[in-house]
Design a protein around this ligand. Structure first.
Ligand SMILES: NC(=O)c1ccc[n+]([C@@H]2O[C@H](COP(=O)([O-])OP(=O)(O)OC[C@H]3O[C@@H](n4cnc5c(N)ncnc54)[C@H](O)[C@@H]3O)[C@@H](O)[C@H]2O)c1
Length: 259
């Protein structure tokens, strides 16, 4: 028997990039906690399939986060069911290339998807959150620590942290909290994508203080905390979920990677 407390019972939750990965784990977690979940993505086949596994109160809709009209359509539909309470801006992608090997098109694509998509989401959600609410943006450890070969991605994620803080300041008096999470390396399609194939993954994982990648479910738990009343006095923050990577530097030993 599922004994998950129905913490989000009756709340309307919109999640982008929710067909899989971190957004997909959030959809599952909010639905287990009783929310009405609008799971959105551009990968319609995967989104519909994921929504079907989650049962009642879960809807799949096509929402390209770079399209202002898609945002308007989906938030108008949700408004027909009452105010929007939570938005999770999870849609995103990464390209791995040195700046000199990044085309203008690639750079613009990264900024458009990761940063402009988040901007449009904040605007649309703020209009639909007539009873206050919580917006959680997916930034990244790479938007906290500059990372070689992740210039376009990192620039977009540093930008997401800036947008988060400005939105928190501007929306606080309407009871809308805005926070970011900054995951380190999480086991999803992004970290398995072709651009990362040349990396020494074992050495990388040993460099993480907790010596492992995180899971989408571990990020979703932090997002649920930021969405709910347990974080009622938290806004404008960016929370690292990175196994300790940004805490500082460890000197590797000759015989073992353990400090
Ligand atoms: N996985 C990691 O290690 C990691 C680390 C830090 C930050 N993040 C961030 O977390 C978020 C989720 O990443 P993930 O690892 O779950 O990736 P993922 O590839 O598993 O999921 C991303 C989803 O976004 C969707 N998407 C792509 N373009 C879209 C668009 N224009 N409109 C709507 N949806 C679109 C994809 O179809 C996919 O379902 C991203 O913003 C990513 O940058 C991930």
């Amino acid at each position: 028997m599922d004994r998950t407390p129905q913490q989000f019972l009756g709340t309307n939750v919109l999640i982008t990039g929710a067909s899989k990965g971190i957004g997909g784990a959030c959809a599952q977690a909010f639905s287990r906690h009783g929310a009405n979940v609008w799971l959105t993505d551009v990968d319609d086949a995967a989104g519909r399939m994921h929504a079907a596994t989650l049962g009642e109160g879960v809807h799949y809709r096509h929402l390209d986060v770079t399209s202002e009209s898609d945002w308007a359509t989906v938030t108008a539909e949700i408004s027909g069911h009452g105010p929007l309470h939570v938005l999770v801006n999870s849609a995103g992608a990464a390209i791995k290339a040195p700046l000199t090997g990044t085309s203008l098109d690639q750079f613009r694509t990264m900024v458009d998807l990761n940063l402009t998509g988040t901007f449009l989401g904040i605007k649309a959600a703020a209009g639909a959150m007539s009873a206050g609410g919580s917006i959680i943006n997916l930034a990244s450890l790479r938007g906290v620590l500059a990372t070689a070969e992740l210039g376009a991605y990192g620039a977009s994620k540093f930008g997401v942290r800036a947008l988060t803080k400005v939105a928190a300041l501007e929306l606080a008096d309407r009871g809308i909290r805005v926070n970011a999470v900054c995951p380190g390396s999480i086991d999803t399609a992004i970290t398995a994508s072709a651009g990362f194939a040349a990396d020494d993954v074992e050495a990388y994982v040993r460099s993480i203080p907790m010596q492992r990648r995180g899971t989408p479910a571990e990020v979703a738990k932090v997002i649920l905390f930021l969405a709910g009343d347990d974080s009622s006095y938290v806004t404008g923050t960016d929370m690292l979920v990175d196994g300790g990577t940004a805490a500082g530097v460890r000197t590797p030993k000759k015989s073992t990677q353990k400090v």
